[in-house]
Design a protein around this ligand. Sequence first.
Ligand SMILES: [Cu+2]
Length: 373
Amino acid sequence: MNIPSSIVTMLAGILLTLVSIWVGQNHGLLPAEASKEAPLIDGLFNTMMTISTGLFLLVVGVLIYSAFKFRQRPGDEADGPPVHGNIPLEILWTGIPAIIVLGLSIYSFEVYNAIGGLDPMGHSPIAHSKAAHQMAKMPGAAIAATLDTPPDSITEGQTRNQDIQDQAVQDPATASVRKDLPQKKDAPTLGTTSPRIGPTPENQGMPPEFVVNATGLQYAWIFTYPDTGIVSGELHLPVGREVLLNISANDVLHAFWVPEYRLKQDAVPGRQTELRFTPSLVGEYPVICAELCGPYHGAMKTKVIAQTEADFNAWVAEQKVASAEGLGAAIATNPSDRSTDEFLAPYTHEMGIHADLLKQLHPSSEGSHSSAS
Ligand SMILES: [Cu+2]
């Protein structure tokens, strides 16, 4: 029986397509989807997997077929046919990849927009909060503004990177964790925070449901919760609530990466970066530093613990009790009478920083402490 080659080609094409689609959906290469953003990223990944499986099978298939079909036969000493150029074929194999690349770029652009990445002129809701307005009225705020930035250069709705940093360190715990590094003001993009994964298009203009400040240092992550004053080496998050991570670094570049969330963000000394997302699955996932940051970079790991709202609230309550007990045991004084570095002293070892370092940050409190004793 002699089947026409057009039928064979068509059947091979159908088989190739079916296999590619199956591989694209069942490759099993990705970890759990633990954030609302993850399925969008995975859709893009699976599409690329489908296309690359198809191309791989096509190219390798034709190669193997040709090597077998057109192999040299015994006694065949003749030259091959003098083929030189094939315009339709060249148009085809240039056109198809061009269409694929263009399609994927549009798709990835859409995904990036959907997770909140495309908001270059966006402004942080923090800048419009009450605290930010109070801060602007603080003594020195006007002088700082004239020294660093001509006021006209900040247009309405933009947020200076410095404002985000100032806002973050209003929380005493964050202020103590973050060394007093001078912030590089308004660079490279004047007036905006960058880079950032901001709110999704439907949450545009709305403040995040809650904020955690994440600070990277050699070789640990420290998470501070401005709402509650909690300092933690592990990131506890309630599922279903949108969180804004306000990320910075104390020493060198780090990068916050949770593979299960499909999200990664640089931690840059002297600048603020943002990562806004919604955890969607209860569980414990690794937090990995994704930027080579020194000899122990590989050990810079912690975990994110995504909890139900009730479990998260229980953890918050527990942390508050633990810190209050710690204070009571150390010195029988009212916690509110104590300076930030005294408050944090019991935790400095856990945080991987020296108690002396905290004191250096607050020379005035150090002075008053020694004069009192
Ligand atoms: Cu690191």
